[in-house]
Design a protein around this ligand. Structure first.
Ligand code: NAP
Length: 432
């Protein structure tokens, strides 16, 4: 259906919704030129009407209950920008779709959790559910997979998908500062959430994005598999320094691939060679590497978060709808997307970086190496850094490839070692 005039509702006026509101108003004429459609914002909603915002709005278009935007028969397109994985966000999207309104959201938590039922609802009601802004901020990665690479067989997607973590790791490297100091800096600069940055730091935010990428790349249902998930909270300045001296950098990567017809999704910090492309993507930047056939390797890089890039993706979704580009949310009809069973992560072969903080006593090293022998994990590099003054030492080991299962057994066994002063740090080594 081609529109002449469209009425828009925006639920959520925070960092993203507020910027989008201003962006749409300032781009109204430009959008008309590009699509031939006149747009009007006739409904906005937030939790608190009286909150101080950095833009003015007509209180007559403010809806106290966001759900009324979804029910309003005059509204054609709804932006959901409140950010909950369920609750009011889900209700607004569901109600809008049932009422045959197109929906655009930046909410990865909602799509990763409820994307299946919501996309089915969009399909049944022949409306769009667009979520380009949910992955990679301003990078048009979902559209690239859906359109530009649509006939490719994609087998792997790897990316730096969280700007907060990438900023922290990059800054720890350049400033040699501690994790907690750099986190504070990131919060002051608005790169990390001031109250609860947990979902960025523990990898959950990246995992939601990985689940969305998998389903688009492999035409599969959004997985609910229990994935390999480690965040960056335990990375210390010493790890960054050691990685540097061993010719590596540390990056939090989201990885999804098909191995033996099974889906393997994972998020964890990785040691990547300094000369790898992804090792040189720093600060709040995101980068995504897509491997497909016949295209080969494609790399997309850009600002992965923040009001500017995110609203760029939201407006591009709007233009796509205004141009009459009505599509299945996950590119294929629901019944054509298959469920894939998870790859057994225990079988996954990897090299590891391990750092042990131990008491500096005779017998420590042999107590460690004999456990490596027990699990047949061979050591490639071993570095000892004694701290004689404090009677302790760091032992850093790089291993040859072995199975995830053997590493888990190794770490469980070593957790009983009486010489250890704290839990070992382990980081998987990834070739990208
Ligand atoms: N920030 C980023 O860089 C970024 C990047 C990509 C995607 N996203 C996604 O964009 C979405 C919005 O993020 P944000 O950073 O803009 O969040 P935010 O600043 O916390 O804004 C949330 C907005 O939702 C409103 N809200 C909360 N509960 C509500 C309710 N019950 N009814 C109506 N409105 C309600 C809040 O109202 P008040 O203003 O009155 O408190 C606020 O305006 C999230 O899904 C996020 O994951 C964000």
């Amino acid at each position: 259906m081609k529109f002449k005039e469209v009425n828009i509702g925006i639920a959520g006026l925070g960092q993203i919704g507020g910027r989008l509101y201003k962006e749409i108003l300032s781009k109204k004429n430009n959008i008309k030129i590009k699509t031939g459609v006149k747009i009007n914002i006739i409904g906005i909603s937030a939790k608190n009407i009286n909150k101080k915002r950095n833009f003015n709005f007509n209180k007559k278009i403010f809806f106290k209950n966001a759900l009324d935007i979804a029910k309003n028969p005059k509204i054609d397109i709804v932006f959901e920008l409140m950010g909950f994985s369920d609750g009011i966000s889900k209700k607004v999207v569901e109600t809008s779709l049932k009422n045959k309104k197109h929906v655009i959201t930046a909410n990865k938590a909602l799509i990763a959790k409820n994307g299946e039922s919501l996309s089915l609802l969009a399909e049944k009601n022949k409306v769009n559910l667009e979520f380009e802004a949910s992955v990679g901020g301003g990078i048009p990665v979902l559209r690239s997979i859906k359109d530009g690479l649509s006939t490719n067989k994609i087998n792997k997607v790897v990316g730096i998908l969280n700007g907060t973590c990438n900023y922290i790791l990059s800054k720890m490297e350049t400033s040699k500062d501690t994790f907690s100091n750099v986190l504070k800096k990131a919060q002051l600069l608005g790169y990390a959430e001031p109250r609860n940055p947990k979902f960025d730091l523990n990898g959950s935010d990246t995992l939601s994005k990985v689940r969305i990428l998998s389903s688009l790349a492999f035409n599969t249902k959004i997985s609910k598999n229990k994935c390999l998930l480690n965040g960056i909270e335990n990375i210390e300045a010493e790890d960054i320094e050691m990685a540097d001296s061993l010719d590596y950098k540390i990056k939090l990567l989201g990885i999804t691939e098909i191995i033996d017809n099974k889906l393997f999704e994972r998020v964890h910090p990785c040691l990547v060679k300094k000369n790898a492309y992804i090792a040189n993507v720093n600060g709040v930047m995101n980068a995504i590497i897509i491997e497909g056939s016949p295209v080969g390797q494609s790399i997309l890089q850009g600002e992965g978060a923040g009001p500017g890039p995110t609203s760029s993706a939201l407006v591009s979704d709007l233009l796509s709808i205004l141009r009459g580009n009505i599509k299945y949310p996950f590119a294929l009809p629901h019944n054509k997307r298959k469920s894939v069973s998870p790859y057994d992560k225990n079988k996954y072969l990897n090299s590891f970086y391990l750092r042990f903080l131990v008491k500096d006593k005779p017998g420590v090293l042999s107590s460690i190496t004999k456990v490596f022998t027990k699990y047949k994990i061979s050591i490639k590099t071993l570095v000892q850094k004694p701290d004689k003054k404090n009677n302790k030492a760091s032992i850093i080991i790089i291993t040859h490839k072995n199975s995830e299962k053997n590493y888990i057994n190794l770490l469980n066994n070593l957790s009983k070692n009486k010489f250890f002063l704290k839990k070992p740090t382990f980081i998987r080594i990834q070739k990208v």
